[in-house]
Structures are given as C-alpha cells and as structure tokens.
Design a binder for this molecule. Structure first.
Ligand code: ATP
Ligand code: MG
Length: 591
C-alpha cells in the first residue's frame, strides 16, 4: 500500500512527461478566468458613464461597448481552446499511463495474476484510467478556472471597496459550505451505487461463465431470481443517488438566489448611502451570477472527482506493486540441451502450506524424466518453477549449472518451453494459434511444426482457417498436440509437458505418445504424466508425494525393482485385474 504523500508524488511523476502542456493549459485557464471577470467591469464602466452623462458620453459608451464585445469574443475563443487543449493533453497523459499500466501488469508474476481476475485488471487499465482522464481533462481545468474566478473576484472587489470584498468572500464561503455538506451525502450514495452495480455485473459474469453448469443442474430459475434481486438493489441505490444529487442542485440554486437578492439589497443600500456607484452595484450583481457556473460545475463533477479519486489511488497502488520474479540475470547457460538441477528446492504459494519440500535431484542434459504423483502433489508447481513463473521459497534451481534467477528472462523463454495441462487457445486462425500471433515464422515452418506434432490432418484444411472462439472444435488431446506444435516451432532446449488430465481417445493418445517421443530427441524433457503409456520412453522416473520425492531413479531399473512404486503402477497398467492386490495409493499416483 502506498501512503497519500507517495501517491501525490507518483501522480506528479505520471504527469511529468506532459508538464509543459499542463503549464500552458494553466495559463490559458487563468487568462479565460481573468477575461470573464473583465466583462462585468466594462459593463460597470458603461453604467457609470451613462449615469454621469456628459458631452462625450455616447462615444465613450460606444468604445466601452466595443471593448466588451471584443472581450466576449476572445473569452469564447479561449474557452474553446481550453476545452480542446485540455482534452488532448489529458488523453496524451492517460495514454501514457495506460501504456505504463499495461506493461507493468504484463510484467507482474504468476502470484499477482492468480490473485487478480482478468476483469479486475481490465477495469484498472481501462475504466480507472478513463476516470483519471475525465478528471484531468475536464474537471481539473473547470475547478482551477472556478478557483481563479473566485479569487480574482474577491481581489477586484477589494480594490473597489473592502466591504464588498468581505461580503463576497463570506458569501462564497457560505455557498461552498452548503455544497460540501450536500456533497458528503451524495458521494456516499454514489459509492453505494457503484458497489451495487459491481455486484450486479460480477454476478452476471459469473453466471454466464457457469451457464452450462447452471442449466445442467436446473438452477436457471434461481440464478434468474438472484439477478432480479441484484438489479433491484442497483436500481434503488441509483434512485437514492439521483435524489441526493438533485437536493444538492436545489441547494446551489437556492444559494444563488439568496446571493442575488443580497447583492441587490446591499448594492441599493450602498448606492443610496453614496458609498458606491450604480455601476459598482451592477458589477456586484453580475459577479454573483458569474458564480453560478463554478458552483454548478462543482456539483456536476462531484461524481467524476469521487470516481477519479478512487481510480487514481488504485492506479498508483497497482503501479507500486513489485513483481516477485525480477528479470536481472545476465548469465547465458551453455548452448545445447539443458541439465536441470533441483537443489533442495522448496515452495509454497504464500499461504504457509508447503507445496514442494526439499526436492533434490539432477536431470542430466538431453535426458527425459517422467513425473508421477497423485493430484495436488505439486507436479504442475514444479513445472512453474522450471519456467520461473514463480520463485522458489527455498533452495535453488540450476539450468546447465546457472542459477535460474541469473538467466535473462528472454533467454529462459527462448530455451525453455512448456506444454501446459490446460492449453489456452485464442480466437484466430490455426496459424495464429501455433505462432501465438508472431508474424515471423513462414507458413511452411508452421505446417511442418503441426505435422511434427501429429496434426497433419489439420494442415490439410489450411492453416489460415479460423478456429472458433476459444479454439472450439478441438478436443483436449488435440489442443495439447497444438501446444506441442508451438514448441516444435520454437525448438527449445528444455521442454516441460504437463499432460492433460482429461481423457483422450486411444487414437489421439497414440498420436500424443508418438509426438512427445519425437520431441524428446535432442532435448531435456520433463513429462508430467497421467497416462503410463507416456512414460514408456522416458529415461528416469520421479514419484512425488505431497511435494516430497518418494522415488527417483532410472526408469528401467525402477520397473525391474519389484519393491518400487513404479513397478506397482506398471503392474496395474499391464494387468488391470490385479489392481485388487496393490495399495490404493498406487492407483491414485496416476491421477
Ligand atoms: P494435478 O495432478 O491435479 O495436476 P499437481 O500435482 O499438478 O496436481 P499442483 O497444481 O502443483 O498439483 O498443486 C499442488 C498444491 O498446490 C495443491 O495443494 C494446490 O492446491 C496448490 N496450488 C496449486 N496452484 C496454486 C496456486 N496458484 N495458488 C495456491 N495454491 C496452489
Ligand atoms: Mg497439475
């Protein structure tokens, strides 16, 4: 969490690249405020000349009127440029912020993304930054303008007559107090409403995602009722917010009426007493009217201010999050297949529960190791450590002798590839899904990778054909084959395959088997296996249990050793009817 001071500093840092533009904008706003105060001064002069009379009164009035006209035209021009300039500058700044945020979020590690939903991040990078943009581009110029008008007005009146200045200052303070008090309530209702809408949209998203489950369980009706309930709550809070703002608006109008009457009464009294001229009384009245816009602006923009305030805090807090995995390495491991050394490796996901505990073994370069263990034993976690998606909490992992933290991330990504348990597919063509939108590989290379992965049949349909949204039309097995093609294309030195748990048909299984075996050639391979057939071709076996190494050794030796866990597993696979004889635990090892 950041402190308010550090937040202001961070905000200033975000504005700094466009500091000159913001300064120009400040000057423009100042000029436009000064001009809006000058108009009534000219009118005052006209009225005074008219009441004084005299020979040249008519020509003096004409000149003053022309001046008034010129001021009005220039004011309008400047107001338009302020609006234009403010919007452009605000967008420049917010685009920079958005880019910074997107880069920052993409650079954050697995742990961060596990605890922040994609929706939340989109809201941060898009919604919150837009609120900040609105605030900077619209509200800041308006409020600075309003403040300049108030200060300038009191200043002008002070020059004319100190009593008028005191009266005006007092009036502005009173009107301000009314707005601030009303604001408190309106803002409270406003954030209630935001909460109600967040719950509503969150609920909709959740139920749409789970629509299949809901339908299958006949829960559609209940889901619908909850939706109606949440909509009702959102609507009621919207009404409450709207009425709070309406009351505030009335309060502002009432203050203005009171102010106008007070200005007229005071003006008349002072003119009768001979203290001020009729023109000055008129000026006072006009200045009260001039306050209408700033006060209304404050009321109208309260919501934007409130939203932007929260948004700014969230934006800055997010930018302050440091990635746990830092890319500061400079050592390149020797070329060729990578050896993997797990050196007393331990890991927990930050909840204190040990997921991997003192894993200590080495896999020589070019060899392959099958990893088995019941569900939750830490297999996928081990693969995340090898890809440095997470950082070990104890011990060390070395690739070709180089501690993984000392390898530059780009080098690590180039040389280590992963085929995840659940393959993500993107809406796009088959080619896009293999290259992950990299335009560089040639079509021929992509086709070859697909063929090597055993997806030759898909190539026949053309690699530029669109896959459905989320890769619709591919089975879990085929999706893994596609992920295999991605790896073929990149040609890494170390491959981690986390086999899909979903059942695949025997034919796909055979294809996967062949493709994985071919992939092992000339690389180091870690295969997290859920099927024994995959383990037929590996050199070594690691049996994990509750994050600890239960067994590790040469595959053939373990297979021959009748007392080994792996031997039991093979027995079950070869003679399923003997499953009764083996311990239940063994059955679970291949989860
Ligand atoms: P499976 O065979 O089901 O794929 P696995 O051996 O791959 O299981 P892991 O995914 O490594 O198991 O999980 C090991 C333990 O760590 C489990 O207890 C799991 O609940 C926990 N775990 C996994 N991922 C996370 C995460 N992102 N955050 C917190 N805990 C996690
Ligand atoms: Mg897993």
């Amino acid at each position: 969490m950041t402190t308010p001071t550090s937040r202001w500093r961070a905000l200033a840092a975000l504005l700094r690249p466009d500091a000159r533009r913001w300064a120009c904008l400040g000057v423009l706003v100042g000029v436009s405020s000064a001009l809006s105060l000058a108009g009534p001064l000219v009118v005052r002069r006209i009225v005074d000349i008219a009441t004084e009379g005299g020979d040249d009164a008519a020509s003096r009035i004409t000149r003053a009127a022309l001046l008034f006209l010129a001021i009005a035209v220039v004011t309008q021009l400047i107001m338009v440029s302020v609006a234009w300039f403010a919007t452009v500058t605000a967008w420049r700044t917010t685009n920079t912020i958005r880019l910074t945020m997107a880069r920052h979020v993409l650079g954050l590690d697995h742990e961060f993304h596990r605890t922040h939903t994609p929706g939340e991040l989109i809201q941060r990078v898009d919604g919150d930054v837009t609120s900040v943009s609105d605030f900077l581009g619209r509200v800041v110029p308006k409020l600075t303008g309003a403040a300049a008008v108030v200060v300038g007005m009191v200043g002008v009146l002070a020059v004319i007559d100190w009593r008028l200045a005191v009266g005006a200052a007092w009036y502005v303070a009173a009107a301000g107090a009314v707005v601030v008090r009303g604001r408190h309530r309106a803002v409270g209702e406003s954030s209630d409403e935001m909460g109600a809408y967040a719950a509503l949209y969150g609920g909709i998203e959740e139920r749409l995602t789970a629509s299949e489950d809901l339908r299958a369980n006949g829960a559609g009706r209940h889901a619908m009722w909850r939706f109606i309930d949440e909509s009702g709550r959102a609507m009621r809070s919207a009404v409450r917010r709207e009425s709070a703002f309406l009351r505030l608006w009335w309060a502002v109008q009432a203050s203005l009426s009171v102010g106008s009457v007070a200005a007229l009464v005071a003006g008349t009294a002072l003119v009768s007493a001979g203290s001020i001229t009729v023109g000055t009384a008129f000026l006072l009245f006009q200045y009260v009217l001039l306050l209408e816009r700033p006060l209304e602006d404050v009321v109208h923009e309260l919501e934007t201010i409130q939203k932007a305030n929260g948004a700014m805090v969230r934006v800055i807090d997010l930018l302050a999050v440091e990635p746990a995995v830092v890319d500061e390495g400079t050592t390149l491991p020797a070329a060729g297949p990578l050896s993997v050394a797990f050196d007393h490796l331990s890991f927990d996901y930050g909840d204190g529960e040990s997921v991997l505990d003192d894993v200590h073994l080495t896999l020589a370069a070019g060899r392959s190791m099958g990893i088995v263990g019941r569900t939750g034993s830490g297999k996928t976690t081990l693969s995340r450590l090898v890809l440095r998606l997470v950082e070990a909490t104890g011990g060390q992992l070395r690739l070709n002798g180089v501690p993984i933290a000392e390898i530059p991330m780009a080098e690590l990504r180039r040389r280590v590839a992963m085929i995840p348990q659940e393959v993500e597919l993107f809406s796009g063509t088959l080619r896009d899904n293999v290259t992950l939108f990299d335009p560089r590989p040639t079509d021929a290379a992509v086709e070859r990778a697909l063929e090597q992965a055993g997806l030759g049949a898909l190539v026949a349909g053309g690699i530029h054909r669109e896959l459905g949204a989320g890769g619709a039309g591919l089975s879990a097995g085929e999706a893994q084959l596609l992920a295999l093609a991605r790896v073929w294309l990149r040609d890494p030195d170390l491959v981690v395959l986390d086999e899909a748990t979903a059942r695949v048909d025997p034919e796909t299984e055979a294809r996967l088997d062949a493709a994985v075996t071919a992939l092992m050639e000339g690389r180091t391979t870690l295969v997290i296996a859920h099927r024994l057939s995959t383990l037929r071709h590996v050199d070594e076996i690691l049996v994990l249990d509750h994050g600890r190494v239960l067994e590790h050794g040469d595959r053939d030796e373990l297979a021959a050793d009748e007392t080994s866990r792996f031997h039991h597993l093979l027995e079950i696979a070869l003679e399923p009817h003997r499953a009764d004889d083996v311990v239940d635990d063994d059955l679970e090892l291949l989860s």
